[in-house]
Design a protein around this ligand. Sequence first.
Ligand code: UDP
Ligand code: MG
Length: 312
Amino acid sequence: MDVSVVIPIYNEEKNIPTLYGRLSTVFAGLNLSSFEFVFVNDGSVDGSIELLKQLSNEHKHVAFVDLSRNFGHQIAVTAGLDHCKGERIIIIDADLQDPPELIADLLSKMNVGYDVVYAKRKARKGEGFMKRQTAKWFYRILDKITSVKIPVDTGDFRVISRRVLTVLQQMPEKEKFLRGQIAWMGFNQTFVEYDRDERNAGDTGYTWRKMIRFALDGITSFSNFPLKMASILGFAVSGISFILMLYALYSRFILKVYEPGWTSLMLSVLFIGGIQLICVGIIGEYIGRISNNVKQRPLYLVKETNSPSKDD
Ligand code: UDP
Ligand code: MG
């Protein structure tokens, strides 16, 4: 198999026909010996899976993997990667924010001798101010606190080689932050720029909850900076507390000041209490993820597929 396209699907019934049409047109012009589209249904509650099954009945290059429930975008993509057979693998969103027409550019750039060609967003249309700003700042902060160069303004829309996929599958972590994991590998990576379109139809499947979780996965997987920050904060606050302690003793025994000092007392108790809780919380984020990995549960479960992987 030459090229596989992996497409995660969460409530995309309105986009699947257009997406399939545009993908087909692109691939008709590519002159490939063989290719497949691997659609992963991530627990959609609309008619997506029926559409996918119908497509796979009509076209033999369409595979579907139906997950047992909603596992989230990154895991859905991982499931697709486990089920695809291509030498070169394309990851693309189903909502047509990633234009399928760019695939030709991605592939031809890869032929020059790259293992990864990712698509870098020049402009983002139709996304709210908050989404653009949070994404912008998240990637810039992540870049500051990690030693891995994770490209900014880049999603998972990309083409990767089989060799990169094999390494990806050997990375055992349960928290998937694919763009970071792929950046971590090195090899020859480059990018093609594009204008990100608006979502074609339907609503985003990324709720704020999922976005925050995704951001925390990215940070904790690639940086211990928050842990260091917890200890630095601890030292700084202890330093200040120690000076205040000396002052309290001085004012009690030398100046003989007996005022009750309720405000300063409350402030310091609240301040130290807050810092402590934050630090415990940060440690908790890491411990929670360690515990998640120790449990060794399967990452996802497949309900039905017409393209079994070696583990099915
Ligand atoms: N998606 C998924 N599972 C989810 C959420 C999203 O498989 O729990 C898919 C979705 O169908 C789409 C891609 O992941 O193909 C990107 O999601 P979306 O467009 O909702 O995210 P956004 O572009 O708003 O960040
Ligand atoms: Mg989208």
